[in-house]
Design a protein around this ligand. Structure first.
Ligand SMILES: [Mn+2]
Length: 424
């Protein structure tokens, strides 16, 4: 289904006076308000195709109904999100879950919703029914060259699909690792992986990037062959300028200082971008900003500072994507909440008084440095984010409009209650 613009405008009228009062109050105290609004409107976050269905754990899965049964329906769902927030103008596909049968039709359908295709994702973490060799003991790091070759060819095939869709990046996440001490020779596993990645890298078109994602543990519980940012950076440095390190917020050991990792990767020109989510215990894949919004703000503070230092465009020069799983909430509502949380953290980071912070740092004024960050963090920027959505033609309150339009009820009528999204 497609949300009609006039309906959004009707709902916006209802809350407009109240919104304008709040927006004027917040913006009056901000010297850089025009710059902030411009940047907020330009900022978009990619929606992954696998986030539109209900997620689950190994213990169970409880569908909310109306899940997309095809790539076309996934595109329609991202279209709903983008119509409401005007900040989700691209979709990231997962191969083989979302093989586009006819790429030009799929591109045209996406364009109808104002969408384009972001990074494509390969999958060597599970076996497909038509697959010759198993990934039970890994893929690109496998001791058997034939398995490595199969995984390399899969990644090259994913690039080919991406080229047809005008994607510009291949995202590689490997589950390769070991479950028990002694299972693997770490050095050989690294070297096999590097050689495999080099073959894939050689197949990248000139204007493409390769994102190398890391994860500390799971599904393997003793070692992971690309476990942390240092290991990813080793690979991406050896591979070359098109290879960059991808940070997934949930892929760190507890209490890791992710903002410092981000700062240094940016300094080296090796940060690919983000997979946003939130977590309390592990790779929980919870709604962005639901557990630790201050950490999210601190990460955005480093992103803004580091990107400005390198003259980068905030909206386009890094890959911004959500990578979350929605087990008990409506996936579309959850994604709307996540995009909102990201834009709030970004807006807060844009409010940091950088000159004052540098002065405080140089004077070792620790108290003032902390005050400056918290001054920005504690500003209620929600009216700025709402105004940015409004100016771009979106909803003042996306979730409210989504509910008033009974979108989920309509999707259930159209697709059925017991559907399971393809790929899950
Ligand atoms: Mn991820």
């Amino acid at each position: 289904m497609q949300i009609e613009k006039y309906k959004i405008e009707e709902f916006n009228q209802q809350g407009l006076t109240d919104h304008q009062r709040k927006f004027e109050f917040v913006s009056a105290g901000l010297p850089n308000i025009d710059d902030v609004m411009h940047k907020l409107q330009a900022f978009n976050i990619t929606i992954p195709s696998w986030a539109l269905g209900t997620g689950g754990t190994r213990f169970g899965r409880f569908s909310g109904g109306g899940e997309p049964r095809s790539l076309e329906e996934k595109i329609a769902d991202v279209g709903v999100i983008h119509a409401l927030n005007r900040s989700s103008n691209s979709i990231s596909l997962h191969i083989p879950w979302d093989i586009p049968e006819n790429a030009s039709d799929i591109k045209a359908l996406a364009a109808l919703h104002g969408l384009h295709f972001d990074a494509v994702n390969s999958n060597t973490f599970q076996d497909q029914s038509d697959q010759k060799l198993s990934y039970k003991y890994g893929s690109l790091h496998h001791v058997d060259k034939a398995v490595r070759k199969q995984a390399i060819e899969h990644n090259i095939e994913v690039i080919k699909y991406g080229v047809q869709l005008d994607s510009k990046a291949l995202s590689v996440w490997l589950s390769d690792g070991s479950n028990f001490p002694g299972q693997l020779n770490f050095r050989k596993a690294f070297q096999n992986t590097l050689e495999s990645l080099q073959e894939i890298y050689a197949a990248l078109p000139n204007d493409w990037k390769m994102y190398v994602e890391y994860k500390c543990y799971e599904p393997n519980f003793y070692s992971t062959t690309i476990a942390d940012w240092g290991q990813s950076l080793l690979y991406t440095s050896k591979l070359g300028p098109k290879a960059l390190t991808l940070v997934d917020l949930g892929h760190h050991l507890p209490n890791a200082n992710i903002e410092q990792i981000v700062s240094l990767l940016l300094m080296e020109g090796k940060l690919a971008g983000f997979h946003f989510n939130d977590s309390k215990y592990g790779d929980d894949d919870l709604t962005v900003g639901s557990i630790n919004p201050y950490q999210l703000f601190l990460i955005f503070n480093e992103l803004v500072e580091g990107m400005d230092a390198r003259g980068m465009n905030h909206a386009h020069d890094l890959g911004w994507m959500i990578d979350a799983s929605h087990n008990v909430k409506d996936p579309i509502e959850d994604l709307l909440q996540s995009v909102q949380a990201i834009k709030i953290a970004y807006a807060q980071a844009l409010l940091v008084d950088k000159a004052a912070l540098i002065a405080a740092q140089n004077a070792n004024d620790v108290t003032m440095a902390q005050e400056i960050l918290q001054q920005a963090y504690r500003t209620d920027v929600r009216p700025l984010v709402a105004e940015a959505g409004l100016r771009a033609g979106g909803a003042l309150n996306p979730i409210d409009v989504y509910r008033k339009l009974n979108v989920r009820e309509n999707l259930i009528k159209e697709r059925g209650l017991k559907t399971v999204a393809t790929g899950l």
